[in-house]
Design a protein around this ligand. Structure first.
Ligand SMILES: [Ca+2]
Ligand SMILES: [Ca+2]
Length: 439
């Protein structure tokens, strides 16, 4: 007879794990156009068709064509009541709208874009029941084609960006524009418009100017910008903002932050930047933020229409990292050309990111079985695990001094096991520990 080992208790180090939730489809266009139609009230003619181009899910997609340039609303889809999409939206809002991203695959094919075009942009509008808290709610540049050939963009935006009714009817409109001339038609393809559940949306400030400096922002050499400084004025975060003054002119970038290396940027979705435009000065049309990666391929920029008004604004700019090194941010402006200096206050430049979804473990962390393998003279220990997490088995003669026995067991399911050889008659304590989750 072999002596059965004595079992000791075990350490519980962590109780959470990453988990993947299946995206919740709103429109997959597998059965045709899924109640999407050409907008009869668009200022230009348009068409909507089922397609096999730009398919990222299943076998069908939606083709939307707008007959001429300019910002227009060529197509929309309606859903309400007991439709799966409406139920998914209602469930997401009830669960917490901040936990969800609205995600869509947008495909641009050069065969559907005028030959002289250098950019094309697509936005999404939620229109929903005002009696249920809805509104016309528009995000203009969900996906951007910047002349880079046939291209599919997976656009992800916080669902909370839109104002959406908690019940009733819903419509999603596509708004699009192309610089390829006023008469040329242009086309894009949508597939797999869906909700993705996350651990929530967080904002991480990268520039607050609270040290009383511009934190590395500088005027560019050929700056049309006249001044760049930190001031205790018009802050939206703390007491300092960055103030800049520029003269009349068209589109121009005047300030730059080089060699920017914030970890938050690596896994962020959007930049947000607060602006204060004082009254009593010549008008400003637009303020622009641009993001460049010297080791990547993308130049990404977003303008905010000010239209000569004053007040507080937030510029929101999506970006996708294509490189991994330090980045550059640019600040620019467009003015109508009236002579005179304008002043703008910038504050709280921040990164918006979706946190990983954290769920509670489904089974308590404990050893569920210990078995002696007669043939191999091994103890086989089994415990409740979390897929992907790493475990260590330790042994002890006296239950107080522990030594590692088997290390680095990676669980591939909700149960894991490890084994090690023991001698006949040996008595030992053993414990299993779970390594902390990666940050
Ligand atoms: Ca599809
Ligand atoms: Ca500040």
């Amino acid at each position: 007879m072999k002596a059965l080992p004595v079992l000791a208790g075990l350490l519980v180090l962590g109780v959470t794990a990453r988990a993947q939730f299946e995206p919740i489809p709103l429109f997959t266009w597998e059965g045709g156009t899924d109640n999407w139609i050409a907008n009869p009230n668009a200022g230009v003619s348009s068409s909507v068709d089922a397609s096999v181009n730009g398919v990222t899910e299943g076998t069908g997609s939606l083709e939307i064509t707008q007959s001429a340039g300019g910002w227009n609303l060529p197509a929309f889809g309606t859903f309400d009541g007991g439709t799966p999409g409406a139920m998914a939206i209602r469930d997401a809002i009830a669960d917490g709208i901040d936990k969800y991203l609205l995600t869509c695959d947008v495909t641009f094919l050069t065969s559907g874009i005028p030959a002289n075009a250098t950019w094309m942009q697509m936005g999404l509008v939620f229109n929903s029941d005002t009696g249920q808290g809805g509104a016309w709610s528009q995000v203009d540049k969900v996906a951007v084609w910047d002349g880079n050939g046939d291209h599919t963009v997976t656009a992800r935006w916080p669902l909370s960006t839109w104002t959406i009714a908690t019940d009733g009817w819903y419509q999603i409109y596509v708004i699009m524009n192309c610089d390829g001339g006023t008469a040329a038609p242009f086309t894009l393809y949508l597939d797999n418009l869906r909700l993705e559940k996350t651990g929530g949306i967080s904002e991480e400030t990268i520039y607050s100017f609270e040290d009383g400096t511009t934190q590395g922002w500088m005027l560019t050499n050929d700056a049309p910008f006249l001044e760049l400084d930190a001031q205790m004025a018009n802050a939206t975060d703390g007491v300092y903002s960055m103030v800049t003054t520029f003269n009349e002119g068209g589109w121009s970038f005047g300030a730059i932050a080089s060699g920017v290396s914030f970890p938050a940027i690596d896994d962020g979705l959007l930049f947000r930047m607060d602006l204060h435009i004082p009254g009593g000065q010549p008008p400003i049309n637009q303020i622009v933020l641009a993001f460049q990666e010297p080791d990547g391929i993308n130049w990404q920029q977003q303008d905010l229409w000010i239209g000569g008004s004053s007040g507080n604004y937030t510029l929101e700019m999506p970006y996708r990292r294509t490189g991994s090194g330090p980045t550059q941010l640019f600040l620019g402006r467009a003015t109508p050309g009236d002579v005179g200096e304008r002043t703008v206050y910038v504050d709280n430049i921040r990164v918006v990111k979706a946190l990983p979804l954290i769920i509670e473990r489904t089974a308590p962390f404990r050893i569920t079985n210990v078995q002696f393998d007669d043939i191999l003279s091994e103890l086989v220990i089994t415990w409740n695990s979390i897929p992907g997490r790493t475990y260590d088995i330790e042994v002890s003669l006296d239950g107080s001094f522990w030594e590692p026995e088997v290390e680095g067991i990676v669980a591939d399911g909700e149960s894991a096991s490890g084994s090690f050889g023991v001698f006949e008659g040996e008595t030992t304590f053993l414990r299993v520990s779970e390594r902390p989750r990666d940050p």
